[in-house]
Design a protein around this ligand. Structure first.
Ligand code: AMP
Ligand code: MG
Length: 354
């Protein structure tokens, strides 16, 4: 189960499947385009786009339905390009080309947007003190989370040790103008932990550029809001890690805020009675065994996405320090025993249900 939030106004017809820029589904198609008049001054237009193997829900409030549909079609175009450029392991995508170049000690030319995203990811890795590191693709593959079926067995201790000794990191990547090089041939990029955020930022930016001021974009349960729905705030439900069908709390998103959750319950396998989750600590080589879930609210969705992953890995001892370093002031952590840790700014606005 990977969906983490449900907008109260939207049907929860899509659960799961966002697997970052990784699922093999290539086709991007507009599967549903619904429009309905609101009783108030603006028209509501909703669309669901299948992209990256998951559903991207877009809800727009605007004066003109035709205009909203055009803006949504622009988002679809952008996603189509993004999907091609950023697929994590599919052959032909830029990430797999970069990974191949690194493994074979070659430099590779990349576009300005790819370079900008890698530089931003490097900064996020620095800020997270290395708990978030998209250069650990090889380790994620070792744990089997690059397949559609993840089932174990865990890798051998020796294999993990060998990876740790090479300590590959996205920080090993450097640029000479548009040429990308890596000082470590064990680096493999995997943007599973912040590509959803990038996609949400791009979707919202595209809507904005097309004159849309009131919208909610949802990818695999993570959301970014702009404006309001006819003057009412966007109300978001936060799932319980124990039972993701139930909302544990709710929060009203304000203009230009993103809400992102990482959860160890979203993808995992069990082996000999032990659970191994898909979020991995680059410092130990083993899956994080700290919080059940971490929810972050922040304007920039790419940062929120990286931070939710990093804070989950950092765990009860280090979460606050990492949040501060990443400039994140609104965090909610749920421990395995159900205990809740949160920052004062999150506590001020979140409303627990029950
Ligand atoms: P998220 O659901 O945003 O927390 O992203 C989790 C995904 O990011 C995993 O399925 C991996 O592909 C990748 N990942 C796992 N651990 C890390 C980490 N420590 N840093 C960066 N990416 C990671
Ligand atoms: Mg993340």
């Amino acid at each position: 189960m990977t969906s983490r939030f449900s907008a109260f106004l939207l049907p929860r017809f899509m659960k799961n499947v966002f697997r970052k820029l990784t699922a093999p589904l290539i086709a991007v198609s507009l599967v549903m385009l619904l429009s309905a008049c609101s009783s108030q001054q603006q028209v509501k237009t909703s669309a669901s786009i299948i992209v990256f193997g998951t559903v991207v829900d877009i809800t727009v409030y605007s004066d003109d339905r035709h205009h909203a549909n055009q803006a949504i079609a622009e988002v679809e175009n952008r996603f189509q390009t993004l999907h091609k450029e950023w697929h994590a392991w599919e052959q032909g995508g830029i990430v797999s080309k970069i990974n191949h170049a690194i493994a074979t000690h070659q430099a590779i030319e990349v576009s300005e947007s790819v370079k900008a995203f890698i530089l931003k990811s490097q900064q996020l890795t620095r800020d997270s003190l290395g708990y978030f590191d998209p250069g650990i693709g090889k380790l994620i593959k070792l744990w089997g989370f690059h397949q559609e079926q993840w089932q174990g067995p865990p890798p051998s201790e020796q294999a993990i040790q060998n990876w740790l000794e090479a300590h590959p990191s996205i920080q090993d990547i450097r640029f000479e103008n548009q040429l990308l090089l890596s000082d470590n041939d064990q680096v493999q990029l995997d943007f599973g932990a912040n590509a959803k955020g990038l996609a949400m930022d791009i979707a919202m930016q595209t809507l904005h550029e097309n004159g849309i001021d009131n919208a909610l974009v949802s990818i695999g349960g993570d959301m970014k809001a702009r404006g309001s729905k006819n003057g009412l705030p966007w109300q978001i439900g936060i799932e319980s890690p124990e039972n993701p069908a139930i909302a544990l709390a709710k929060v009203a998103l304000q203009d230009n805020e993103s809400i992102v959750t990482s959860g160890d319950y979203q993808r995992y396998f069990e082996w000999q009675g032990k659970r191994y989750a898909h979020i991995i600590d680059p410092k130990t080589g083993y899956p994080a065994d700290s919080f059940s879930s971490v929810t972050v609210i922040h304007p920039d969705a790419t940062t929120a996405d990286a931070a939710a992953t990093a804070i989950l890995v950092a765990g009860p001892q280090n979460w606050l320090h990492v949040a501060e370093k990443m400039g994140i002031t609104q965090v909610l952590c749920i421990e395995h025993d159900g205990q809740i840790l949160q920052t004062p700014k999150m506590a001020d606005r979140i409303e627990f249900i029950n």
